[in-house]
Design a protein around this ligand. Structure first.
Ligand code: MN
Length: 276
């Protein structure tokens, strides 16, 4: 297992793609990247033996079991590629915009290595968009290593949908990582970074509260102010900080006292309607 072909094709001084390394972990991640290169295609990648086995699917996956999609086997990619979203500069290999379209875990049906070697790989996907049973099968009679054409097809199960009334590529067209479409990714110069981490909202540790909790128990305060996050470009460093991803929604405090449970918002409204 090697990434030499992957590395030969790329200039890592010029492309934001990761150089990466073969991993020793025994994971089963998968990723699908929508890639607006000279021709739009979807790169379908399954983690096998520490790399991402990769197929370029010109028409993208279909949930319709009667639709077989050409999947051209391409060079192995490093696992680090599985979180890549951004723009490969024009003139570089694969120049164009890459969107992280789907990601998740895959589960082989039968032995994955044998299936891969024999050109018939059956598996289940547990992604945000793609789920259920799928098959990748080498096309034609040739079984030589030069045989690069495979077919990707959905198998019949409760996740299958007829192409007559549903096209997942249209219905689910934006990034699973950032919610952006291709134009927004292409327009954002910051997306040339290797990895667009989720927005980080630093939250200071309430040190005095932590210190006090190590001594004798005290009465639960009747009113607790929630910590408010501040948007920052870089996450601050140092042991006085904890970092958490800020998900959209309501921040609330759950109070459990005298066998009564209440939920209180940052403005001290009880979510059950009573006044805190
Ligand atoms: Mn590609």
């Amino acid at each position: 297992m090697t990434l030499s072909k992957y590395r030969q094709k790329r200039h890592f001084q010029r492309t934001p793609e990761p150089r990466g390394a073969v991993s020793k972990r025994l994971g089963r991640s998968f990723t699908v990247q929508k890639h607006a290169a000279s021709h739009l295609h979807y790169d379908f990648r399954l983690e096998i033996d520490g790399v991402l086995k990769s197929w370029a699917v010109p028409k993208g996956p279909s949930l319709d079991p009667s639709v077989k999609r050409l999947a051209v086997h391409v060079e192995d990619h490093p696992l680090e590629y599985g979180s890549f979203e951004g723009t490969i500069p024009a003139g570089e290999y694969g120049g164009g915009t890459v969107m992280l379209w789907d990601r998740g875990q895959w589960e082989p049906i039968g032995d994955a290595k044998t299936g891969y070697r024999e050109g018939k790989l059956k598996f289940k996907l547990h992604g945000d968009k793609l789920r259920g049973r799928w098959i990748l099968i080498q096309s034609g009679s040739s079984r030589s290593t030069d045989e690069r054409n495979w077919l990707l097809r959905k198998e019949q199960d409760e996740e299958a949908r007829s192409s007559a009334n549903y096209d997942i590529l249209e219905a689910e067209s934006v990034s699973v990582k950032t919610g952006r479409d291709l134009d927004a990714i292409a327009a954002n110069k910051k997306s040339r970074r290797r990895d667009q981490s989720p927005k980080v909202h630093p939250v200071p540790v309430a040190e005095r509260v932590l210190r006090r909790s190590k001594t004798s128990p005290t009465a639960l305060p009747t009113r607790v102010e929630v910590q408010l996050a501040t948007l920052a470009r870089e996450a601050p460093t140092g042991k006085q900080w904890l970092h958490e991803i800020k998900f959209d929604g309501y921040r609330m405090i759950c109070r459990i006292q005298n066998e009564e449970v209440s939920f209180v918002t940052r403005n001290h409204h009880r979510l059950d309607g009573a006044v805190a």
